[in-house]
Design a protein around this ligand. Structure first.
Ligand code: FAD
Length: 317
């Protein structure tokens, strides 16, 4: 029986099951024992889904301290002898994984989007280059396989609940982080854009009316997202960037306002159920992948749509 270790990021607890789905791809549904590591989080999201929860509290390590968490995963590997260690490809996960790979002297596959097993050989797929290609990594040699798994790349479906054992983790870490805590501007941090069914996204063509996206998103029960252009310009926060170097989103409706549709942006949009583009140019690549295109000025569109929603407030969901 293979053993897989899964780290839960407190920022994306509901996505921990995506990593279980990745393990199912590697070993089959009944071919592995799952050990989920939780830091300062209740086990509710994984109870009945994994075999073992290893739970630790802040007195041992902060949930956002990559050095301490890498050390804890190393210690756990020494105890349990994992065949694989799966870490979500979140900001924190991307900081933990290389530290852990270095500690365990093993390889690392980052941003994994697909896994297949062919003739007993593990084939790990991840976007490469500028996101236009996919590369396949073959596992060789000994040692645990360490991967960061791209959020929303795998979907977990459960056949039946499994009994979950919960153990506290009690061994103190030796690494004491000197890093500043990653917790960002508490109380004003918005919900994760990946949780929304409606995203109102702005790009280079919506710079001048970007603040107007927020009330529109509110009126549609959605959230604001952005292209990298607005992030690089300092107009939007990085945590709402969609795309290859941002987040992969799966909304029911993606409203792309003044977004060109570069391949790097579209890389984060493959799971969107429908795309509505507003663009002055009907030749912009976003128009080719959209279900509906409005040719025109994004700011004028927002203004008109807001006007309609204000007059029909009950029809806005
Ligand atoms: C390694 C790498 C990773 C990257 N990762 C990402 C990523 O994760 N996400 C991402 O978004 N980008 C990413 N990029 C950048 C990407 O290549 C593009 O530069 C970027 O997406 C362009 O943003 P944009 O479409 O908002 O802006 P622009 O390219 O400026 O496009 C603006 C669009 O708005 C239209 N427009 C202009 N005025 C108006 C108006 N008044 N009303 C309506 N439409 C109008 C234009 O016709 C145009 O189509 C990455 C690039 C690299 C090299």
């Amino acid at each position: 029986m293979k053993k897989t270790c899964i780290l839960q990021d407190t920022e994306t607890p509901e996505k921990t099951t995506d990593l279980l789905a990745a393990a199912v791809r590697m070993y089959g549904r009944d071919g592995f024992e799952s050990h989920v590591v939780l830091v300062n989080a209740p086990p509710a999201t994984v109870t009945g889904r994994c075999h073992h929860v290893i739970q630790m509290t802040e007195s041992l390590a902060a949930e956002d301290d990559p050095r301490a968490l890498a050390e804890i995963l190393e210690i756990l590997h020494q105890t349990y002898g994992f065949d694989s260690i799966l870490i979500p490809a979140t900001t924190l996960g991307k900081m933990i994984a290389p530290r852990l790979a270095w500690r365990l002297k093993t390889g690392l596959a980052t941003g994994v989007t697909d896994i297949t097993v062919r003739d007993g050989q593990l084939e790990i797929t991840r976007p490469a280059g500028l996101g236009t290609m996919l590369e396949t990594i073959l596992q060789e040699g000994q040692g645990p396989v360490i991967m960061t798994i791209r959020i929303n790349a795998f979907e977990y479906t459960q056949k039946q609940a499994v009994p979950t054992r919960i153990s506290p983790y009690s061994r103190p870490v030796t690494v004491r982080s000197t890093l500043t805590r990653l917790g960002v501007e508490q109380n004003i941090e918005p919900r994760d854009i990946r949780d929304f069914e409606v995203l109102v996204a702005g790009g280079g063509g919506a710079i001048r009316c970007f603040p107007a996206l927020e009330p529109l998103a509110d009126a549609l029960n959605g959230a604001v997202a952005a292209s990298r252009k607005l992030v690089d310009l300092g107009i939007a926060k990085r945590n709402i960037q969609v795309g290859q170097s941002g987040k992969t989103v799966t909304p029911k409706v993606y409203l792309a306002l003044g977004i060109h549709g570069s391949m790097q942006h579209l890389a984060g949009l493959r799971g969107a159920a429908s795309i509505l583009a507003v663009n002055t140019s009907s030749h912009a690549p976003i128009c080719r992948v959209s279900d509906l295109v409005v040719q025109g000025d994004a700011c004028e569109f927002i203004e008109k749509l807001m006007g309609k929603l204000m007059h029909h407030p009950h029809k806005n969901t």
